[in-house]
Design a protein around this ligand. Structure first.
Ligand code: GLC
Length: 580
């Protein structure tokens, strides 16, 4: 790790010579990973049982979804105690055992910190509610409504209701950019910043190797709270007034200087609505803020801008544009985390791939894609098996996540829209697709639980499960392991330049990765039809000296004389170009 260490402390973090950027992060959505006690909910001892599986995968870090005590309306993103583990997930001892077991295997533990809001059940908020003069009043953002009894402004929350909730007792409104049971903390108040800093130190002292900072770029608001003119937008219409807000860099620098810089850790900021210059500001090392921004754009490629529940078809040219921006145009010392799936989106094989006829093949192609991109990759549990969306969800009762339920309620009950249309949208895009339990084997509980799972298990556990793939040398899992090993062996995959070619090709996505020592070419067919790869003379000249290191089909060097190769549906080729 390249960070300076305060010599007065003995650090419990994992040390290594690897550049921190070369981490490969595995997201564990704890609730759905592995249940050790039969209550149907994943837990820390459950993760402990799988540390060897995680080590065999080859990842260097795991990121745990929030494990703090929470009423679970947003499954841990509504915190009631930043220092207490939710009893459903285990005890502090379980946590300490897990961190030790991971460190023993050279795997870092990244925790989630949720700094923008707490649960409305948090004692700070309960105190804040008591009176306008409560010492905790200023921990949150309270404002009076207007003379006509309207909220302080017209912003909508990310759940689509007003961003302001009235407290009848004191007559004032509090701000919630997310759900009304997730009141926003007031980052203008230094005591709030200190509380969060101390909570982070608490976990760092236990050896935590870093944080995913939830909604990292929304902490600073335009405190004049102007109305938005964007009244068409359903969710988060106030965004321009708090994304990358006026004091955000000051706050992050303070966090960095008072906490992050004292430990050899890395921090990943969740941030949407960021442009190149924002990410540069957040991550250029000399600024001392965050280490990387998780690049969200690819996973939102089919969202309509005014209503994220409405989809548009995605296009390869758009995906290429997104990648060009973040992998090529970004200042080379600024840094991003790359992911295609996480707990907030649908599963990548079902949306960038084809989860029917070509499920296995497209999952493999996407594995090659993710593992050959510049940046620090994050993969979601189950992605390494090619787990799919939950096509078996068929009623609103199957959905557990609050954003989807809020949207359904808003559109159907309040706006009187057609329930069938809204249900279709919600079933298509809800976040539960990525949260169905991990499929360890083909049994009824998928090896995830012996009890009743908190969320339904995908019936395709019979074909898609870890046990079966462990035994199959050609499985998606096996390819992930090989790609992760390749990436670890060749820093060019993380740090090298990214040079796309064939920009206008509708099906083929191809790019060079290069550093001073090595040059690689990746060629992917992003479609369910076979397509032709035509070699320009330059590429043919390079490929005469190439070795195909990972290929879906045998590559025939004679094709170079023909000037073209036929690529099968979802074909993938990773070539190492040898010196002349
Ligand atoms: C982030 C989390 C998401 C959560 C939201 C509110 O976007 O990834 O799961 O609901 O923040 O905390």
């Amino acid at each position: 790790m390249s960070k300076s260490l305060d010599s007065t402390r003995s650090s419990k973090q994992l040390s290594s010579d690897m550049n921190w950027k070369e981490n490969i992060v595995y997201e564990i959505y704890v609730r759905s990973f592995n249940d050790s006690d039969g209550d149907g909910i994943g837990d820390l001892p459950g993760i402990m049982e799988k540390v060897d599986y995680i080590a065999d995968l080859g990842v260097t870090a795991v990121w745990l979804s929030p494990i703090f005590d929470s009423p679970n309306r947003d499954y841990g993103y509504d915190v009631v105690d930043y220092r207490k583990i939710h009893p459903e997930y285990g005890t502090m001892e379980d946590f300490e055992n897990l961190i030790q077991a991971l460190h023993d295997r050279q795997i870092r533990l990244i925790m989630e910190i949720v700094p923008n809001h707490t649960s409305s059940d948090h004692p700070w908020f309960q105190e804040s509610l008591k009176s306008k003069s409560s010492p905790y009043r200023d921990y949150y953002i309270w404002r009076a409504g207007d003379e006509k009894g309207n909220p302080p402004n017209n912003w909508t929350s990310f759940l689509g209701d007003s961003s302001w909730e009235k407290d009848e007792e004191t007559g004032e409104y509090y701000l919630h950019t997310y759900a009304k049971h997730q009141p926003d903390l007031n980052w203008e108040n230094p005591k709030v910043r200190q509380e969060i800093a101390q909570a982070m130190e608490f976990w760092l002292e236990k050896g935590t190797d870093g944080f995913r900072v939830d909604t990292a770029n929304v902490l600073s608001k335009d405190m004049s709270f102007p109305d938005t003119e964007d009244t068409e937008r359903i969710q988060g219409s106030g965004e321009p007034f708090y994304k990358n807000g006026p004091r955000i860099h000051e706050y992050l620098r303070e966090m960095h200087d008072s906490v992050f810089s004292k430990y050899p850790i890395f921090t990943m900021g969740e941030a949407s609505q960021v442009e190149l210059e924002d990410v540069e500001k957040y991550t250029l090392p000399n600024r001392g803020e965050l280490d990387l921004i998780l690049m969200i754009e690819a996973s939102k490629i089919c969202d309509e801008s005014n209503d994220m529940w409405q989809s548009k078809p995605w296009e390869l040219s758009h995906l290429k544009d997104i990648m060009r921006k973040w992998l090529k145009d970004l200042h080379n010392e600024a840094w991003i985390g790359m992911y295609l799936s996480n707990h907030d989106h649908v599963r990548m094989v079902s949306y960038l791939g084809d989860d029917e006829q070509y499920r296995e093949q497209s999952a493999k192609m996407l594995a090659v894609f993710l593992m050959t991109l510049r940046g620090t990759p994050n993969l979601l549990q189950g992605e390494e098996l090619g787990m799919t969306n939950a096509h078996f969800f068929n009623s609103i009762d199957d959905i557990k996540e609050q954003q989807a339920l809020a949207y359904y309620h808003l559109m159907v009950d309040e706006r009187g829209e057609d329930p069938e249309t809204i249900l279709r949208r919600v079933l298509h895009k809800n976040r539960d697709h990525s949260r169905t339990p991990m499929q360890w084997n083909d049994e009824e509980g998928a090896g995830f639980t012996t009890g009743k799972p908190w969320q339904r298990i995908n019936p395709n556990r019979e074909e898609i499960n870890a046990k079966q793939q462990e035994e199959d040398p050609n499985s998606v899992l096996d390819l992930y392991r090989r790609m992760i090993a390749l990436r670890r062996e060749h820093p060019v995959m993380t740090l090298g330049t990214y040079e796309p070619i064939l920009d206008d090709h509708e099906h083929i996505y191809a790019y060079f990765r290069e550093n001073e020592q090595e040059r690689w070419l990746v060629v992917l067919n992003f479609s369910r039809t076979a397509t032709v790869f035509e070699y320009s003379s330059d590429i043919a000249a390079e490929l005469r000296h190439a070795e195909c290191i990972v290929c879906s089909d045998e590559w025939n060097i004679d094709d170079l004389n023909e000037g073209q190769s036929k690529l099968q549906p979802y074909a993938y080729y990773v070539f190492r170009i040898k010196e002349n």
